[in-house]
Design a protein around this ligand. Structure first.
Ligand code: ZN
Length: 465
């Protein structure tokens, strides 16, 4: 059972306690528990009602005064009961599944939240839901059935060996109606329940639920039965690999990604024939990474020339686009140097201008202090996929750690490895230098996930996935 967080409305107004008439004018409706600092004006605004209607429904004589902890009946929702709380929508939930979970009509949920576009609940979206008491809030004993796109409910029932007449009462639309893509079919009984996801998915999650510019996002899906999985986040293909009995995909969110909603799609294909069996999609929100700005002066003009930076970036992106099958690391990555401090020459994500040009660049990695000749250490096992001189990156090395995760090292004075070499954690792969777009010796370290550079600090702090 998901537990919600009580709605807390903050205002600077100080409220004084006054008695509220015990004779309530209204008997039914959802209950809101008044929080410290609440006013009737705020509560009316949140629930799309008026101060007068709230006062009438609750027998309040002086609307300017409220006692925290008071249970208020919210008028206008007589068909809804329970205590109103906030719930952050999980990945794999939609209004349909939430209506079952909270035993409230889809229309009621949409009205309560004044949703403009009820079909587009994004992962992590805060919703007001009516929380019932423990006994009443048990997850309903229903199964969600796997429809094959294009078949009717009757055909699905025959195929799944279920009584077709059991479909109608819960799913609506009549037994002869066609299955609407994205709307699973519900039958009473059974043990399958996974939000809005039909029975082949037994679990799907995104961590973090609200994704952030520059961070690594972990997608987990468990499939009950056979089939193979494909996924996309906006225009990026997700690379799923078997892990812990399910599937995991790691995907970086670009540090300069425009904020907003991006569609995440999961497609399940049959093992035999490779037909699309089921497709689920839900918007995922990208939040601001909070990165700063810096100008760097005195870099060679050639290293900021789009005629040079563009092709070099395209070469690197093509090289790091592949996701190889074997995950080569365990737990966290090590720092690529024995010599590191808690401070850095420059952190990841900072928007950059060079030589007082436009802020068209951003820092794709983490710059560690280091003088020429300081050893560079592999932070995790992997295979070298690039080792050589570049104009912008200087003497550079990239290591493939599997699953679409790569690490890179720039501005080196010496490179000790070659393409195809296997390296172990802590192995010296080169030495710090000042080659390429650099204004002094330092170690530029970057990590790519799913074709996107992410904050390397996440990888020394967290053991992905
Ligand atoms: Zn750097």
């Amino acid at each position: 059972m998901k537990s919600g967080t009580r709605i807390i409305l903050i205002s600077l107004l100080v409220v004084l306690a006054i008695p509220i008439s015990s004779a309530l004018a209204q008997e039914s409706g959802p209950i809101y528990i008044v929080q410290p600092g609440d006013t009737l004006i705020y509560i009316a605004a949140v629930f799309g009602t008026t101060v007068e209607a709230l006062a009438d429904a609750n027998g309040i004589e002086d609307p300017s005064l409220l006692i925290p902890g008071t249970e208020l009946i919210i008028p206008g929702y007589e068909d809804i009961s329970g205590v109103l709380t906030f719930y952050g929508v999980d990945f794999g939930e939609n209004l349909f599944s939430l209506s079952l979970r909270y035993r409230i009509s889809i229309d009621g949920l949409a009205r309560l939240n004044r949703l403009v576009n009820p079909g587009q609940l994004y992962a992590g979206q805060p919703l007001i839901v009516p929380e019932k008491d423990e006994a009443a809030s048990e997850i309903p004993n229903v199964s969600l059935h796997l429809p094959i796109l294009g078949e009717s409910k009757l055909e699905m029932a025959v195929r799944a060996g279920i009584n077709p007449w059991s479909l109608s009462p819960l799913s609506g639309g009549g037994i002869r109606s066609w299955i609407v893509p994205g709307v699973p079919v519900v039958t009473p009984g059974g043990d399958g329940w996974s939000g809005a996801l039909p029975s082949p998915y037994i679990e799907a999650s995104i961590n973090p639920l609200l994704t952030v510019q520059g961070r690594t996002t972990v997608f987990r899906v468990a499939i009950n039965g056979s089939g193979w999985l494909s996924g996309r986040l906006s225009d990026r293909q997700l690379h799923f690999f078997p892990h812990d009995g399910g599937y995991v995909a790691l995907q970086g969110i670009h540090a300069m990604q425009n904020l907003g909603l991006y569609n995440c799609e999961l497609d399940l294909y049959s093992t035999e024939g490779g037909e699309l069996i089921y497709s689920f999609s839900q918007p995922v929100r990208v939040l601001d990474g909070g990165y700063g700005f810096e100008n760097i002066n005195g870099v060679p003009a050639e290293t900021v020339d789009p005629e040079v930076t563009g092709p070099e970036r395209a070469m690197v992106e093509a090289l790091l686009a592949e996701a190889t099958q074997e995950k080569q690391w365990e737990g966290t990555f090590q720092y690529p140097s024995d010599y590191y401090t808690e401070s850095f020459v420059s952190i990841y994500g900072t928007r950059r201008s060079y030589n007082w040009g436009a802020f068209d660049f951003y820092h794709t990695g983490l710059d560690l202090y280091g003088s020429i000749g300081l050893p560079i250490l592999a932070p995790a096992p992997g295979r070298v996929v690039f080792a050589g001189p570049l104009i912008v990156r200087g003497n550079a090395t990239y290591i493939d750690h599997g699953w679409g995760v790569y690490s890179g090292y720039f501005h080196q004075s010496k490179i000790f490895v070659s393409v195809g070499d296997w390296v172990e954690t802590g192995q010296v792969i080169g030495e710090v230098g000042n080659t390429g777009r650099s204004t002094g010796p330092h170690m530029h370290w970057e990590i790519w996930v799913g074709g996107v550079p992410v904050n390397p600090l996440e990888w020394v702090e967290n053991g992905f996935p």
